[in-house]
Design a protein around this ligand. Structure first.
Ligand SMILES: [Fe+2]
Ligand SMILES: [Fe+2]
Length: 273
């Protein structure tokens, strides 16, 4: 789809409102989500099975959990395209490219899961990623802040530890797949950053205090380290936000920090440039 859009074979009327904001969460929940299969069974996070890496079943459960994230991420990227109108063409091109890459990630993990004797849907899963999509359906700024910049960025943080455990357990193919995913996910968080900063600029909002406000207002999960600051920097987080995360060792919660208005210092790169 991304290639078709870039070549002009697929067009989108960005002025047209395709999904009216007030109808978003509740009605969609009742109607079901298009393209979502009946399995996996969705359960609260505390009811998920343990994912011990020293057993084949535990490793398969880990791969399945990641496949489920990627499955939701395809829908999330496409939802960002159809849900929000009146954005520049580059916004739609970015999110169509993300959808393509999420589909690749899902395929890689589903194939690997199959090589372990399992299929997508064999384990229960939780719906946290999609719930945040529903919560932020009324505002593209909140969506950029809390899905790519919060939930996908948490994936950057978690990736090195999960990769190390899988490698240590002898699942080198899974580790290779995680390398591909981490490389692409840095790009997805960068897309979130690009449009978050663009929208903050357009609405004359301070990015750092806006992020903290939105995290509180939309009840985003609490951030906790260790943070992959290198990957976050590559994804274009501003210096002030990275410094806040780096300083978190001496403070219990980023969300509790008092935000001071931040303007990029001279020479600080703005990822929207
Ligand atoms: Fe992904
Ligand atoms: Fe992603």
């Amino acid at each position: 789809m991304a290639a078709a859009f870039a070549a002009g074979r697929l067009t989108l009327d960005s002025e047209r409102v395709l999904v009216p904001a007030p109808s978003c969460a509740a009605s969609e929940h009742e109607a079901g989500i298009p393209g979502r299969p009946s399995r996996p069974l969705l359960v609260p996070p505390d009811q998920l099975p343990a994912r011990a890496m020293n057993t084949a079943g535990g490793r398969a459960a880990q791969i399945h959990a990641m496949a489920h994230i990627e499955f939701n991420a395809i829908n999330l990227a496409l939802d960002a395209v159809v849900r929000f109108s009146q954005l520049p063409p580059a916004y739609y091109a970015d999110w169509l490219r993300v959808a393509d890459e999420e589909a690749l990630h899902f395929d890689l993990l589903a194939q690997h899961l199959s090589s372990l004797g399992f299929a997508y849907g064999d384990f229960p899963a939780h719906n946290g990623l999609w719930e945040m999509a529903e919560r932020t359906c009324d505002d593209v700024l909140a969506r950029m802040a809390l899905v790519p910049r919060t939930l996908e960025a948490r994936g950057l943080d978690a990736s090195p530890q999960v990769r190390a455990k899988l490698w240590q357990a002898g699942d080198h193919r899974a580790a290779e797949i995680l390398d591909v995913i981490l490389r692409d996910e840095i790009g997805h968080v960068a897309v979130g950053n690009r449009w978050f900063y663009f929208l903050c600029d357009a609405r004359q909002l301070d990015p750092l205090s806006t992020q903290i406000d939105l995290a509180q207002r939309y009840r985003a999960p609490r951030l906790h380290g260790p943070y992959n600051l290198q990957a976050r920097a590559l994804a274009g987080f501003h210096t002030a936000e990275l410094a806040l995360l780096a300083a978190e060792r001496s403070a219990p919660s980023v969300r509790k920090q008092r935000a001071r208005p931040h303007r990029p210092a001279a020479g600080e790169k703005n990822p929207t440039d």
